[in-house]
Design a binder for this molecule. Structure first.
Ligand SMILES: *Cc1c(COP(=O)(O)O)cnc(C)c1O
Length: 242
């Protein structure tokens, strides 16, 4: 099942990249395994995938523990709650969605010395969606200056989640993609050594690739629908769609 979906997704990613005049190998498929069991991750690993996205910190840890010793690398992509930063700093290689100075300082302080620096992307609320976290674009530069001094964090780029399409907007390129791509290009031109522009999910990844995404985060399209969660509110992740 996952194998068939992966074939289709790789073909769609390649086609979208080529249509945009880009190289398919410049777009990473991040497999979002949140809500799916370790067995699904093993199945995906057998197909050559090695980087997996999780959004629910507490729920992810037993899965990470079960797969400890495999080549799986873990990317946290949910909202960052300050009381979960230690868990993230100790268990994940990447954290997408960094947008608070307090969380950044805690992650930096809590990242174990025996591990490489935590790789992070800064989340930008590129279309002013009140339901989403993320920095307003005009606050990005000041935030980066702060984060730059944190030795145990390495900024790799930016990520965004666009607001839900309104009536009549379905299928249109979300404005957030263009805004984020411009911000990314501007900061790279200013000397930031970044390689990750993380945007695009199951429902909009082709538009994201057209806009310049280097990492599409695919859950449903790869693993199938996620089983319903009953405790979404507990971790505050109910503001996330997808
Ligand atoms: C859940 C999630 C995804 C994957 O969503 P799908 O629509 O299932 O592909 C991608 N990015 C973030 C930040 C998520 O929380």
């Amino acid at each position: 099942m996952i194998a068939d979906r992966l074939d289709v997704l790789r073909a769609r990613i390649d086609a979208a990249a080529l249509a945009a005049g880009r190289r398919p190998q410049d777009v990473e498929l991040l497999a979002v395994s949140k809500g799916h069991p370790a067995s699904a991750v093993r199945e995906a690993m057998a197909l050559g995938l090695d980087r997996f996205g999780e959004s629910y910190a507490t729920e992810a840890v037993p899965k990470l523990t079960e797969l400890n010793g495999t080549a799986a690398q873990w990317v946290y992509l949910g909202p960052i709650q300050t009381n979960k930063t230690r868990l993230l700093a100790e268990n994940f290689s990447w954290v997408l969605g960094l947008c608070s100075e307090k969380a950044a300082r805690r992650l930096d302080a809590q990242r174990p010395e025996g591990l490489p620096p935590l790789q992070v992307c800064v989340q930008v609320n590129a279309d002013g969606d009140p339901a989403k976290s993320g920095l307003a674009p005009d606050r990005l530069s000041a935030f980066l200056e702060t984060v730059q001094d944190l030795r145990r964090l390495t900024v790799r780029g930016l990520m965004t989640i666009p607001r839900k399409a309104g009536p009549g907007e379905e299928g249109a390129t979300p404005p957030a993609f263009e805004v984020l791509a411009e911000l990314f290009a501007k900061h790279v031109a200013a000397g930031h050594d970044w390689d990750t522009l993380s945007m695009g999910m199951s429902g909009d990844f082709e538009a994201a690739i057209a806009a310049g995404s280097t990492q599409v985060r695919l859950g449903t399209a790869l693993f199938g629908p996620r089983p319903a969660r009953t405790d979404a509110r507990v971790e505050g992740e109910d503001t996330h769609h997808g």
